[in-house]
Design a protein around this ligand. Sequence first.
Ligand code: AVJ
Ligand code: FE
Length: 437
Amino acid sequence: MTSTEDLRAKVADALRRSRERSTTLTESVDDDDLVRQHSKLMSPLVWDLAHIGNQEELWLVRDVGGREPVREDIDHLYDAFQHARADRPALPLLSPAETLGYVREVREKVFDVLERVPLEGSRLVDQGFAFGMIVQHEQQHDETMLATHQLRVGAPVLHAPDPGPATRPARREVLVPAGEFTMGTSTEPWALDNERPAFRRHVDAFFIDTVPVSNGDYLAFIDAGGYDDERWWSAEGWTYRNQANLVAPRFWKRDGDGWVRTRFGLVERIPVDEPVVHVSFHEAAAYAKWAGRRLPTEPEWEKAARFDPAGGRSRRYPWGDDDPGPEHANLGQRHLRPAPVGSYPAGESALGVRQLIGDIWEWCDSGFEAYPGFAAFPYREYSEVFFGGDYKMLRGGSFGTDKAAVRGTFRNWDHPIRRQIFAGFRCARDVLPDEAR
Ligand code: AVJ
Ligand code: FE
């Protein structure tokens, strides 16, 4: 049991870390860059920042704190459901200076609320849930802002050291045995509604790769004419490939015989050992089919990540129950790129699968559906309104995901055509009849 004081300190630390990151992402560009729309897919950075403050005000100042509103008049501007991303630049948004003042004022009140409010007695505040939800919300928008930085044209403004070299695991793929495992969670204190409750899920035996698909692997698909061969694509994927005229991952460009890519303003040769990133679900699925394999389903991914055959139990993370450390996973924008395939042996799952958490979000061949016993909490618009939509699941987080915003149970989703997110994939396959044990 953590004491209330420990919990308050943990919340305060998480709030400070997320704000430090939001500050890095917004201070690194000038006011013109903050209000500009760098892509139709994204909001202006200044919108994300004010929206972060507004959600924090709604939940922690008004709801948890029971305090007077700070700026009720601007709620509608920063309600994601009232204005599409493409329409946000035309709104009478707060200026960069006003936005900074606003988020600071909200944050001061939140620290005051955090000192006074009991962290028990209602589901919203139990174990600091509402604070954890708001920390995750800020970190999620920080990753969105990082994607905006990647879309932004101009010289590099973000800097970070490169990750170290990798050692490939001995095996290319591992068998995940047939049987039930515990999927989702009823105990993780800051887990969001769509991860709940825990339930038993049967999964047939399957093989999964120990590492994600690399740029080198993916280049072989490009060189084999994979983008021009309808056989590898679903009908929907082929239509999209033709409409968007896809020939390579987003941000890649032909350079003589080879390819280069732009990464946060740097143009560089393609690092063949790095997990491929900025591919849509359709490209991932086409690659897998070409390779004679397939994408894992969401339950398969979670079983490979959490199931410990020795104890028969599901762990919080692939490596066990400890919170993520720098030895386990490439998270939190510590590096501005995925680490080479085979990195983080200390982050390996019980079954021997690496890099499930961090580096790249992994496309799974499942739609976004409620778990049995799901109940929207604390608001329908986080998850419930997206169930059954045109989405595919993404699991495990990327180098741009903070440790507060990802777990073995964490569920992300996006449209299958999206490529600006930090998404790649790994392959799986069925067990062949002569491989049955
Ligand atoms: C869970 C990442 C799909 O960014 O659209 C942010 C998270 N929800 N504000 C998103 C979210 C409300 C959401 N994803
Ligand atoms: Fe949001």
